[in-house]
Write a new protein. Sequence first.
Length: 321
Amino acid sequence: MSAEKNSAVGEQPSVKRKKAAKGSTGKAVPKTAATEPAAKTTAKAAAKSAAKSTVKTAAKGTAKTTAKPESHLAMVRRARRINRELAEVYPYAHPELDFRNPFELLVATVLSAQTTDLRVNQTTPALFAKYPTPEDMAAAVPEELEEAVRPTGFFRAKAKSLIGLSTALRDRFDGEVPGRLEDLVSLPGVGRKTANVVLGNAFGVPGLTVDTHFGRLVRRWKWTEQEDPEKVEAEIAAIFPKSEWTMLSHRVIFHGRRICHSRKPACGACPIAQLCPSYGEGETDPEKARKLLKYEMGGYPGQRLSPPADYPGKPAPARVE
C-alpha cells in the first residue's frame, strides 16, 4: 500500500519503512519527494474536516441565536414607540386633501379613490366654485359633473356617488354633513375609511384611516396580519389609545408616501429602521435610499395646493396635467 493511501486512512507506516527513513545515527532524514504527496493529502483532508466542522458550528450557533417569536406585549410596545418616533419625524402630519369645510372634505375624499390626493386637489377648486353646497351638487347635470371630476378617474361612478350623497345630505340632514359614523356610512359612496377621514379631520372625532398605505405599513411592521380593512382597523384600534387614532393615521400614511414605498422602500433613509422587522426589503444603501425619498422629504412639492402653515415643503402646482 502506498504512503498516500496509508495517510488517507490514518494508518501508520511499517517498521521497515521507519528504519529505512533513518540514518545510522537514528535521526530522521529530510523529507523526500516520495513523502510529499502523503503530506499534501493529509493537509487537504484536515482542511476539509475543519471546513465541515465550521459549517456545523455555524449552523448550530445560528439555531441557538434564532430570535424567539415576539410576544403581543412586546409588539404593542414597539408599535407605540414607532408612533412616538413618527411624531418626531412628522410633527406637521395632516390630511393631504385641500378643504375648507366638512362638505368639501367629504367630496374630496370620495374623489381620492384610485387616484392621488394631488390630482384631487388640482381638480376641486373649479368643482367647488361651481358646486359649493350639497344643494348645488344635488342639482348638478350628471354629464357636467362627470366632466368636472374626469381628471380623478372613474368619473361616471364618482359623479353618481357625489350626486347621491349630496341629495341625501339635502333631504335627510338639512344640507349638513353629519358628525356620526353610522350616518356618514349611510351616504352613497361613503365607507368607513371616508367616514373616519371626515370625522377625524372635520369634527375632531378620533378615527383610523385604513387606506392602502396604512394597511401595507402595519403589516410590514407586524402589527397585524389582517388584509380586510375593517379587521385591520379593529386590531390597530386595540393597540393605541383612541386619542391617537387620527394622528397615527396621518403619520403612518405620511411615512408610506415618503419613505416606506410599496415597491422599493427607502430602508437606508428610514428613521425607524431599527424598529422595523421588515428592514432590508428595500434599498439599504443610505445614498441610494435618499434618492428614493418623495415630497418634502426629498425636497419636492407636497400634495396640497394650500398646505398648513407649519408644512416644511413646497405647495403643489395648481395645474392639472
